[in-house]
Design a protein around this ligand. Structure first.
Ligand SMILES: Nc1nc2c(c(=O)[nH]1)N[C@H]1C(S)=C(S)[C@@H](COP(=O)(O)OP(=O)(O)OC[C@H]3O[C@@H](n4cnc5c(=O)[nH]c(N)nc54)[C@H](O)[C@@H]3O)O[C@H]1N2
Ligand SMILES: Nc1nc2c(c(=O)[nH]1)N[C@H]1C(S)=C(S)[C@@H](COP(=O)(O)OP(=O)(O)OC[C@H]3O[C@@H](n4cnc5c(=O)[nH]c(N)nc54)[C@H](O)[C@@H]3O)O[C@H]1N2
Ligand SMILES: [Mo]
Length: 691
């Protein structure tokens, strides 16, 4: 396509966000001059968020890494010297080769969702590390607790069609902040509101979303599981049920009824900090409204009971039969609708199972511990791409200590010199989304989106796939799978034999840049059961959890750190800290660029006036937030919208740009969630004082 302004290239926003926008890039004389949301893509609807609307500032930032470098200073100091790609690749191949000769499991790939693309995110990189026999990485840092709780109940990451929600009459927005973290999804929720839906937000603070809802309930963090149990108790005790739906399409109702009998609103009130009447009122409203929708999100899975909380909530629409309606039910993620061909992309058979070694898996959420404590074998080399663990991983001071190990060989492949990049031995320049090929599924809607390179790689930047192809050659590997082109990888991304992928072939995607899954419009996925669980039913009694040795029934898993569950700790650190995404950042991405730093203005801590008065603190003061794990500083904002006892610090700041060399993850803990081995970012007691 071409206009008088230049050539128009189809692209996808690569960032970790449920909206996965389709974009159009206008290119003139080899330079991207304009970028906009694709007007023809229904979910994107021609609009981009506050960050990606300015994506060209990121692409052409003078902070971009332009050539490979090697470390000349101490680890973490961030002093580097330019080298050639030849030298960089030779150095990496030599080190990886020597370590692999001993035990390849001492090498660890570390990546997350810097780009969500199936090609640049999870294809050749996996093939390369499989062939090498490196340790596996369990990618748990965001969603694994909630995803497991959801899977145990519903079967797969499938829920209400986000475009169908406009006809809902009651919407519970639960542990989600779509105004900030799912803006395009928010448009549909707003449309529902315009058509008369009542919106209820369940969030410990009056978030940007809560402020726009009809009702805001502010529970203590990490107690949503108790709230959902009490709602079930009311629904069952007051017979606000769809008995026909329960009989036909669910498993274990009698056991569930028995289980929740004592979980009354009066039981949940002191745990959640919500009045029993408010809980009962919510349950009654939920029990009669139709269609009713729960938009939950991963905000509520970042606590010790996060898996069970999501599981308990996921039971609710099966009790009321809300799944019968296209606009009803619940939505956590849509990713399970996409027939992504992971075996074809990642080629697990390249792993040298014949060498007699047991594969070893490292949990990314606890990388600090792994670097400091893993034995058999210790981690001797780490290759980081699509991630910034020194800023985003919990218990950050331990993470830093792990990366500071002089004997650790650290490769970082990045667009920018992040906190993590400062610890690199070899630092490689990466391409932006406009400079490489990709194809995307998503977790927030039902469209696949293609990404074509609009411009040539800047300076000496190379894409992830290109680096792994070059490294494979340097290592002397010869398997053709290690050298496939990006187009070939993109073509392998979806199982085209799956009827849902009818329109996702490479030619179809290239033609328009995006395509909807071949599902009926406004589909109600579980209107007639068909849950992708082992029983085919919504499992109140979960066979998956039984198999994992966990309680097969909904249960109460308290937070690790709260006044009720840990009074001794709360005596020293009485405030619960949550650190949700800042509107101007995307995790730690964008948090180095002038526009977005100015937008945030500096690290902030929001506190209820009552808590501030008790500490003699005033708005605007610089405060220190601390616990036994560490501390960080922020400017205090007095905010009536925060639940007393809770403090909020929008995140994730780069440590080196925060003013005190620290950030919120200096205090977050390395306790794991009840399911899925996830981190517990929002399960964190602190005390706050003047800096
Ligand atoms: N602008 C922007 N958008 C983003 C991101 C970003 O960093 N910036 N990050 C992206 C990523 S990786 C993800 S995973 C998603 C995250 O987006 P969401 O899944 O929406 O999760 P959070 O923003 O972490 O939390 C949502 C809300 O949950 C609240 N919350 C915290 N603890 C609890 C709790 O225990 N119970 C309840 N009920 N609520 C709680 C928080 O105050 C917050 O307002 O957003 C994506 N979109
Ligand atoms: N305290 C606190 N901590 C959190 C959270 C929180 O809410 N509070 N949220 C957590 C969540 S939900 C998540 S998902 C994680 C996110 O953690 P990460 O996935 O590590 O996300 P980012 O911090 O955005 O870092 C991604 C990096 O990848 C780089 N990148 C982008 N594209 C490419 C590419 O094509 N190639 C290469 N080589 N690099 C690329 C970017 O420049 C960026 O520096 O953070 C978690 N940390
Ligand atoms: Mo995330």
């Amino acid at each position: 396509m071409s206009t008088e302004e230049g050539r128009v290239v189809r692209a996808a926003c690569g960032h970790d966000c449920p909206d996965t926008c389709a974009m159009e890039v206008t290119v003139r004389d080899g330079r991207a001059v304009k970028l906009r949301g694709a007007p023809d893509m229904p979910f994107t609807n021609g609009a981009l968020c506050t960050k990606v609307a300015h994506y060209l500032e990121r692409v052409y930032s003078d902070q971009r890494l332009r050539h490979p470098m090697k470390r000349v200073g101490r680890k973490g100091e961030g002093r580097f010297e330019r080298i050639s790609w030849e030298e960089a690749l030779d150095t990496i191949a030599a080190r990886f080769g020597a370590i692999a000769a001993d035990d390849p499991r001492a090498i660890l790939p570390y990546s997350y969702a810097g780009t969500m693309g199936l090609v640049q995110g999870e294809s050749l990189d996996r093939r390369f590390f499989h062939r090498l026999g490196a340790s596996f990485l369990d990618r748990t840092i965001c969603a694994s607790a909630g995803a497991t709780g959801w899977r145990a109940t519903v079967g797969a990451s499938i829920g209400t069609d986000p475009e169908a929600v406009v006809d809902a009459k009651l919407i519970l927005i639960w542990g989600a902040n779509p105004v900030v973290s799912n803006v395009h999804g928010w448009r549909y929720l707003q449309e529902a509101k315009r058509r008369g839906a009542r919106l209820v937000c369940i969030d410990p603070r009056r978030s940007e979303t809560a402020a726009r809802c009809d009702l805001h309930l502010a529970p203590w963090p990490g107690t949503d599981g108790a709230l959902a149990l009490a709602m079930m108790q009311v629904l069952i005790a007051e017979d606000l049920l769809d008995r026909d739906y329960i009989a036909r399409y669910t498993l274990g109702f009698a056991a569930l009824a028995e289980r929740v009998r004592d979980f009354t609103p009066e039981w949940a009130a002191p745990l959640t900090g919500l009045p029993a009447d408010a809980i009962r009122g919510l349950a009654r409203e939920y029990g009669v409204a139709s269609p009713s929708l729960i938009r939950l999100n991963y905000g509520l899975n970042r606590c010790a009971g996060g898996g069970m909380a999501v599981r308990n909530i996921a039971c609710l629409p099966a009790l009321t039969g809300a799944w019968r309606h296209p606009a009803g039910g619940a939505l956590l993620s849509t990713s399970g609708n996409f027939p992504v061909d992971q075996r074809a992309l990642q080629r697990p058979e390249l792993y040298p199972h014949a060498d007699g070694r047991r594969p070893r898996t490292i949990n990314m959420a606890f990388i600090g511990e792994a670097l400091l404590e893993a034995t058999a074998p210790p981690i001797r080399a780490i290759h980081i791409y699509n991630a910034n663990p020194v800023a985003v991983a919990p218990d950050g001071n331990r993470v830093r200590a792990g990366f500071a190990r002089e004997d650790l060989f650290c490769v970082v492949h990045e667009l920018f010199q992040t906190d993590t990049a400062d610890y690199a031995d070899i630092l490689l320049p990466a391409t932006s989304q406009l400079e490489h090929r990709d194809v995307h599924s998503t977790y927030g809607h039902l469209y696949a989106v293609a990404n074509f390179p609009a411009i040539a790689p800047l300076a000496e930047a190379k894409s992830n796939t290109e680096v792994f192809r070059l490294l494979a050659a340097r290592m002397g590997f010869t398997e053709p799978a290690l050298f496939e082109s990006d187009d070939a990888l993109a073509a392998a991304a979806f199982r085209l034999s799956d009827r849902r992928a009818l329109g996702l072939g490479p030619a179809a995607l290239a033609a328009r840049g995006w395509a909807r899954l071949d599902l009926p419009q406004r589909v109600a996925p579980f209107a007639e059961g068909g849950f992708p669980t082992p029983s085919g039913r919504c499992e109140f009694r979960s066979s998956l959890l039984a198999q994992m040795g966990l309680d097969p029934l909904p249960a109460w898993h308290p937070p690790a750190e709260s006044p009720v569950s840990n009074p001794a700790l709360a005596a020293r650190y009485p405030l619960a800290l949550i650190t949700p995404p800042a509107r101007n950042f995307l995790n730690s991405s964008f948090a180095n660029l002038p526009r977005f730093l100015a937008g945030e203005g500096g690290p902030r801590l929001q506190m209820h006036p009552q808590d501030a008065a008790a500490r003699g603190l005033a708005g605007g003061e610089r405060v220190r937030i601390r616990n036994d794990r560490g501390d960080f500083q922020a400017r205090l904002e007095i905010d009536e919208g925060v639940r007393p006892g809770v403090v909020v610090s929008p995140s994730v700041w780069w440590r080196k740009l925060s003013g005190d060399g620290s950030n919120a993850n200096a205090v977050t803990s390395s306790v794991a969630t009840d399911m899925g081995g996830g981190p517990t970012f929002y399960d964190c007691l602190v005390e706050v004082g003047r800096a």
